[in-house]
Design a protein around this ligand. Structure first.
Ligand SMILES: Nc1ncnc2c1ncn2[C@@H]1O[C@H](COP(=O)(O)OP(=O)(O)O)[C@@H](O)[C@H]1O
Ligand SMILES: [Mg+2]
Length: 293
């Protein structure tokens, strides 16, 4: 286990009950999606995981020890958070200064900071942006720089709040591939808050679904999206391919052995069904021939 919430409840000062008895375990090395409709409590939960908000009741554990017993410095060294809006995260004048900021605060040597900053920028594909003024970056570039700043700290866990919001399809795909690569190759545990049901089956090992401040279920993407009622009750929709399979089943009687979630899965399933159909059509011809003979 890395991070865990145990019966976590939280109310904002204005009285909004944002989390109600939320329990969730984030396991070392996994790529976890935290899903749910707007306002269900994803951001609030992520902020608890890094100690920016303190539970009204219940607790957050880091490696089995209560988070509030850790020094902030230790938490920020081990856990990084990428905010939904990069403008909330970036504040230095230039890209290089911004990315270096966290690493400087870790007390690293100048050389070490420079090495980490350069590598983090290269990793996010922003190697050439070092001297650029933050205010002159595009939104997508800002998101990359914000991620680089977190990477330069070399955390064990990265929490990302809707990392693809506001990005075009290419930007979305490249950010998600980057996160998966970091997860697989550097064993960084990823927790991604998102309501993008198309991305989750492609990139995530495990999904936790929240609804109105509660945790309503957690599963592999395959099993979770098979529970169509739960997904819809949580204010989410099915992945397009799963929706297509549902319509083909209801309207046309086509049975899928497993709900396809991605284009690749749907393609395989449809090819299988077509093969089966061709075989049974061929079989029907044989029988007819036989009877006549
Ligand atoms: N600073 C705040 N003060 C009061 N209520 C808030 C604040 N931030 C969020 N909320 C409320 O808490 C609930 C959960 O919000 P949030 O965690 O941002 O949801 P999500 O990230 O899933 O969209 C919502 O009802 C939201 O209006
Ligand atoms: Mg949010």
């Amino acid at each position: 286990m890395v991070i865990a919430a145990e019966a976590l409840s939280f109310s904002y000062p204005d009285g909004t009950h944002a989390l109600a008895e939320v329990s969730l375990e984030v396991r070392k090395g996994e790529f976890l999606a935290l899903m749910g409709a707007n306002g269900c409590g994803k951001t609030t939960l992520l902020k608890h995981f890094i100690g920016l908000l303190k539970p009204s009741s219940g607790r957050v554990l880091l490696d089995g020890k209560e988070l509030r017993r850790f020094e902030d410095r230790e938490i920020f060294r081990r856990i990084g958070m990428v905010f939904q809006d990069p403008n909330d995260q970036l504040f230095a004048a230039t890209v290089e200064h911004d990315v270096a900021f966290g690493a400087v605060n870790l007390g690293l040597t100048e050389d070490e900071v420079a090495a980490r900053t350069g590598e983090a920028l290269r990793l996010v594909g922003a190697g050439e942006l070092g001297d650029k003024a933050i205010h002159a970056l595009s939104f997508g570039q800002k998101r990359r720089v914000a991620i680089a700043g977190v990477l330069a700290m070399e955390p064990e866990v990265i929490l990302l709040d809707e990392p693809t919001s506001g990005l075009d399809p290419r930007g979305t795909s490249s950010i998600m591939h980057l996160l998966r690569k970091l997860n697989r190759e550097r064993a960084i545990t990823m927790v991604v808050a998102t309501h993008d049901v198309e991305l989750v089956p492609l990139f995530c090992d495990w999904v936790a679904i929240m609804s109105r401040g509660r945790m309503v279920g957690e599963e592999t993407p395959q099993r979770l999206f098979a529970d169509t009622a739960m997904v819809r009750e949580a204010g989410l929709r099915l992945p397009r391919m799963a929706h297509l399979a549902e319509i083909l089943h209801k309207e046309d009687g086509v049975r899928f052995p497993a709900v396809p979630l991605t284009i690749a899965q749907a393609r395989r399933a449809l090819l299988k069904l077509m093969e089966g159909r061709q075989e049974s059509e061929a079989g029907a011809f044989c029988r007819v021939d036989g009877e006549e003979g």
